[in-house]
Design a protein around this ligand. Structure first.
Ligand SMILES: [Zn+2]
Length: 351
């Protein structure tokens, strides 16, 4: 079959349609006919090559997907062919110490669909049965592909790791990315007061429409910590979600309230920071890392999505033949939400 990915690591000039074998499900696996796939920044990192991660070449990109059940492994008895489904891209082994203790997100062999395995931007993908969930009737395939990775990431980072509580002041650093658009909604859903802080005033309208209480712009003259300090009426921010890294995390820490938390979920602008430790101990604050989520967290966030209380935000939906253009949207300053690629059904029709 023809998938979208690469045969050699590198920059976007390496993106190709690649020929890979049509996958067959193992006993506890399911084959999905993909109708929509979603890109994440992770796809760009996988293309570039992540130290310590060996990918099978040629490689098919894409961690998010929704489609229909096409073939079922011999041990799977509780799924019907043709069912509309979405995929949890976080794969755990179920056997290590962490998994047996119910901490699947900390699995020693945690893998991500499309990073460690062949991905979703192809006609078919194979995945463990336990990663397959019904796609609610109210959701299109494109919406189903826009939900999984960013919502599970936002949910674990804010709730499990960040310990969000009703009434907390929450700040999300950066606007328009998939996780940011999910995190605004999840924070409001869990009862917080939410500000999004960005260098770009252009994203204020769509961010407020997602439910953000405030939208703050920072720059060199109005640095992040000063802007957040004013917003919090000099009490400090309870929880800050930061995926930017070098330019912001030190200032995020300086913006914290007593017992405040910075949760780091990425480092798109650089991985090293200088932190004033006096701020940490005096305010009894913390910096924590979070990534992806476990299966219970995935189900927890799926509930309000299926109920229509949290919504997929789609930046753009590209036909399979234009997947590369879709992936390049990550370079665009006006990106807002998820980049989706849609594929035709078995008859060749697109929805
Ligand atoms: Zn495990």
């Amino acid at each position: 079959m023809r998938g979208f990915g690469f045969t050699e690591h590198g920059g976007s000039d390496r993106l190709r349609y690649v020929e890979v074998p049509e996958p067959e499900p193992g006993p506890e696996e399911v084959r999905i006919r993909v109708r929509s796939a979603g890109f994440n920044r992770l796809d760009r990192f996988t293309l570039a090559g992540i130290p310590g991660v060996n990918v099978e070449l040629p490689h098919v990109l894409g961690s998010d997907g929704a489609g229909v059940v096409d073939r079922i492994g011999s041990s799977v008895s509780d799924l019907r062919l043709g069912a509309r489904v979405l995929l949890n891209p976080g794969i755990w082994d179920g056997t290590c110490d962490a998994c047996r203790a119910g901490n699947e997100a900390l699995c020693r062999n945690y893998r991500i669909l499309g990073e460690h395995t062949q991905g979703t931007v192809a006609p078919f993908v194979v995945i463990p049965r336990r990663n397959v969930h019904p796609l609610a009737d109210r959701l299109s395939f494109a919406e189903g592909a826009a939900v999984p990775l960013v919502f599970e990431t936002a949910w674990r980072a804010l709730k499990t790791v960040g310990g969000i509580a009703p009434g907390d002041r929450v700040a999300i650093v950066g606007a328009g990315g998939g996780v940011a658009t999910a995190a605004v909604q999840v924070s409001k859903y869990l009862g917080a007061t939410v500000a999004v802080v960005s260098r770009s005033a252009a994203k204020e309208g769509p961010t407020r429409r997602l439910g953000a209480d405030d939208f703050l712009v920072f720059d060199d003259e109005h640095p992040l910590d000063r802007v957040l300090w004013q917003w919090s009426e000099k009490r400090g921010v309870d929880l800050i979600l930061d995926s930017v890294g070098t330019p912001t995390v030190g200032r995020s820490v300086r913006s914290l309230a007593r017992a405040g938390r910075v949760v780091v979920i990425g480092a798109t602008a650089g991985p090293t920071v200088e932190v004033d430790l006096r701020t940490l101990f005096w305010r009894q604050a913390s910096i924590r890392g979070s990534t992806m989520a476990g299966p219970r967290e995935f189900l927890e966030v799926l509930d309000p999505i299926n109920a229509g209380r949290l919504h997929a935000v789609i930046d753009s939906d590209w036909p399979f033949e234009r997947a590369a253009e879709g992936l390049l949207r990550f370079d665009s300053p006006d990106l807002f939400g998820k980049i989706v690629v849609s594929l035709p059904d078995e008859t060749g029709s697109s929805n």
